[in-house]
Design a protein around this ligand. Structure first.
Ligand code: PMP
Length: 396
């Protein structure tokens, strides 16, 4: 028999979300997550994937994945520290260090896992973490898990960061202090002010932690936001995910050898959760080889993103202040935002609405992710559908 308190909790919670228009319906894809997708038998232009470079369906990655799977099987069979470290994991970590210009790297099963493991491996209840208020959920959860005091600073507000860093340092209450920021913020596409953050970190002896999930493969010719600012030897933790531009799955920390050695004995997802599948690790290695040998996909991504951004702006939409390919189209009110996205869908464009609580109330947006795999024709058709829906809903 089920628990009555659980039944009541679930029923009321779901009804509440639905009545506010905040209940998220998940549409399964009947195709790969490429520039177009199929849902319920319909072909749609896909502007919602993080597959920035189109690598998720790249033949070279598929081949590497299949070969590694044939050689080593579909699963790694154990956690990394028992006997789940295969040669392919070691090769991947070497390649990641090369990609990020660091001494070493450690791979995790996802970017989320990486933040859960890496922060709590170093920070504890005697410490404090200065965290940008718009940091990703996995950073917030990783900070909470560490039990360090969390001090949120206003989004990219360097005066606030400096003030709070000074207060924390002067209070004498904390042993270690860390500053954590996304490299590229996933909802607005703006880039962290890393040179200023590093200067403040130098002043107050802060450990620096940059999660570049949306910047790797995208910023700095592909090497990421830290490389974009020429700060590769100044950031302690360079975090990335293998699930977005790299096109596969997984996460990593790149940094100094001793830091990586420490994470390998202290980061709990590394110690207690089975390692990446051999096929995924091999596909990631191939993706990194592609990224390090040519900027072709990166350049295509930026050309497409700039084209699409200009198109939306010329139509009269508010596209915020993105400095990356992430292109928000800010609509405002939650129900209107969801209606906008639904009408895009009805007309053949898949672009998800993002509303409170993911973004602040009243700043609902449809988030667009143009990729290297889109053709100009696809982007043109998406723009004309945007125009039609914008007029229908009197936004234009
Ligand atoms: N960090 C940031 C900044 C992210 O945007 C994401 C992806 N949503 C993650 C971590 C989690 O990465 P993954 O999907 O690989 O778990």
């Amino acid at each position: 028999m089920s628990s009555q308190t659980l039944d009541k909790f679930l029923h009321e919670g779901l009804e509440d979300l639905k009545s506010q228009g905040l209940y998220n319906v998940i549409d399964p894809l009947e195709s790969a997550n490429g520039p177009t997708i199929q849902i319920q038998g319909r072909q749609l232009i896909n502007l919602s994937s993080n597959n920035y470079l189109g690598l998720a369906t790249d033949e070279r990655l598929i081949h590497a994945c299949v070969e590694a799977t044939k050689f080593a099987g579909v699963g790694a069979g154990a956690v990394r520290t028992i006997n789940g470290t295969l040669a392919v994991h070691v090769e991947l970590e070497k390649k990641l260090a090369e990609f990020k210009h660091t001494e070493a790297a450690i791979a995790f099963q996802s970017g989320f896992n990486c933040n859960m493991g890496a922060i709590s491996a170093v920070m504890d209840a005697n410490d404090a973490i200065l965290s940008d208020e718009l940091n990703h959920a996995s950073i917030i959860d990783g900070c909470r898990l560490s039990r360090a005091k969390i001090i949120r600073y206003k989004h990219s507000d360097m005066d606030d960061l400096r003030k709070q860093a000074k207060e924390a340092r002067d209070s004498g209450k904390y042993q270690k202090l860390m500053v954590i920021t996304d490299g590229v913020f996933s909802m607005d596409g703006d880039v962290a002010k890393l040179p200023e953050i590093i200067a403040i970190a130098d002043e107050y002896d802060l450990i620096t932690y940059v999660d570049d999930a949306h910047g790797s493969g995208v910023m700095g010719g592909g090497a990421g936001t830290v490389a974009h600012f020429g700060l590769s030897d100044k950031v302690d933790f360079q975090i990335g995910t293998l699930s977005k531009a790299i096109g596969v799955v997984g996460g990593y920390v790149a940094g100094r050898q001793e830091l990586i050695d420490w994470l390998k004995v202290r980061a709990r997802p590394f110690l207690f959760s089975t390692s990446l599948t051999p096929g995924s690790a091999a596909a990631c290695i191939t993706a990194l080889d592609i990224l390090m040998s040519s900027t072709e996909l990166h350049d295509k991504l930026w050309a497409n993103a700039n084209y699409f951004k200009k198109g939306l702006k010329d139509l009269g939409f508010d596209i915020g202040h993105s400095e990356s390919p992430i292109t928000p189209c800010i609509i405002g009110e939650e129900v209107l935002t969801q209606e906008f996205s639904k009408r895009l869908y009805d007309n053949g464009v898949y672009a998800k609405s993002i509303v409170f609580p993911t973004v602040p109330r009243g700043t609902g947006r449809v988030r667009n992710m143009p990729t290297a795999a889109h053709t100009k024709e696809m982007l043109d058709s998406a723009l004309s559908i945007y125009e039609k829906v914008g007029k229908e809903l009197a936004i234009l």
